[in-house]
Design a protein around this ligand. Structure first.
Ligand code: IPM
Ligand code: MG
Length: 360
């Protein structure tokens, strides 16, 4: 195959981890005789510095043209007090919306070699293998009215959580399809005891369930789900939820995996005419400005995102498995960055990337 991949390293450690992810992408393409044509563009804080906006038109154009997009991370402390339009995060929300990637797949699994990296007891997390499907194009992240108005005691901030039936149905369908390929269990997470959006969510997910009689559906309130995730993570197969619930619970999921640096993600939209999914691939972690540029960051979340790209955008399941197996071999060999190795001498970002290439 020949494919065009756009990289958006972004800010902070995004740059370092994307470099290693690209190295692995090139290695897997060499091994399996595919041709990857790479382009790079600006997103986030670096884009604000260079062009005045977090999501330049040129980046949007290149992302729409590319077969898939690989992102690092966005966010820089100097923009912490900037207005919403001038924040790096706006770039990320912009590209997710522009590409129409409405389902964010965040797999969480525990590796035997990392069992002791999690603060949770081994017997609780051993064998965890779940996927959080987070709705990514709607909800409170995008809803209007929004803003801050007025002054003094009457100064008021507003955000709106809103979903249409169509927005709920399409992400639930994606989650049911995923569950169908796995252990056939879907948990829908909501706050239907309080929120109308959640009441509609529950109604729609139950309707969609009729199309998937082979998948068992259950419902959990989001607060209870937060607790169950650490009490009994093995009970979960696929979970589906609205945007902000998914943002919050996926960071909790990272604790099961041992480090947030381990978590890859795939953001998927509809299929293109050629059958491939529109896809944006990004590690779950942020830009970690405190360790940026120090060659310390864990590149495995970004490398796992390359595996997800191979699988979902290009249908290359053997190649994706080769990358995941290489990651596992590197973990088993104890070749890990500092986040996974509080004692002893950790490897650098670059050394871990190199080790994955060699294992491949
Ligand atoms: C994530 C991040 C982003 C989000 C931020 C950086 C805007 O936390 O991808 O989980 O909230 O979606
Ligand atoms: Mg998040």
């Amino acid at each position: 195959m020949q494919f065009n991949v756009l990289t958006l390293p972004g800010d902070g450690i995004g740059i370092e981890v994307t470099r290693e992810a690209v190295r692995v992408l090139e290695a897997v393409c060499r091994k399996f005789q595919h041709t990857v044509i790479l382009k790079e563009a600006l997103l986030g804080g670096i884009a604000i510095h260079k062009t005045g906006t977090p999501f330049p038109d040129e980046t949007a154009k290149l992302a729409v043209e590319a077969d898939a997009t690989l992102m690092g991370a966005v966010g820089l402390p100097e923009f912490d007090n900037a207005p919403p339009e001038k924040r790096p995060e706006k770039g990320l929300l912009g590209i997710r919306k522009t590409l129409g990637v409405y389902a964010n797949l965040r797999p969480v699994r525990t590796y035997r070699a990392l069992m002791d990296s999690s603060p949770l007891k081994n017997h609780l997390i051993e064998g965890t293998d779940l996927i959080i499907v987070r709705e990514l194009n709607g909800g409170i992240y995008y809803g209007t009215p929004r803003g801050i108005e007025g002054s003094g005691d009457e100064e008021r901030g507003t955000n709106t959580m809103t979903y249409t039936r169509a927005e709920i149905a399409r992400v639930c369908r994606m989650a049911f399809n995923l569950a169908r390929q796995r252990r056939k269990k879907l948990t829908s997470v909501d706050k239907s005891n309080v929120l109308e959006t959640s009441q509609l969510w529950r109604k729609v997910v139950v309707e969609v369930a009729a199309e998937f009689p082979d998948v068992t559906l259950d419902h959990l309130l989001v607060d209870n789900c937060a607790m169950q995730l650490v009490l009994n993570p093995k009970r979960f197969d696929v979970l589906v939820m609205e945007n902000m619930f998914g943002d919050i619970l996926s960071d909790e999921g990272a604790v099961l995996a041992g480090s947030i640096g381990m978590l890859p993600s795939a953001s998927i939209g509809d299929r293109k005419p050629n059958g491939a999914w529109v896809g944006l691939y990004e590690p779950v972690h942020g830009s970690a400005p405190d360790i940026a540029g120090q060659n310390k960051a864990n590149p495995l979340g970004a490398i796992g995102s390359v595996a997800a790209m191979l699988e979902y955008s290009f249908g290359l399941t053997t190649e994706a498995a080769a990358v995941n197996n290489a990651v596992e071999a590197v973990l088993n060999a104890g070749k890990v960055t500092a986040d996974l190795k509080p004692a002893g001498t950790p490897l650098t970002t670059e050394q871990v990337g190199q080790a994955v290439c060699e294992a491949l």
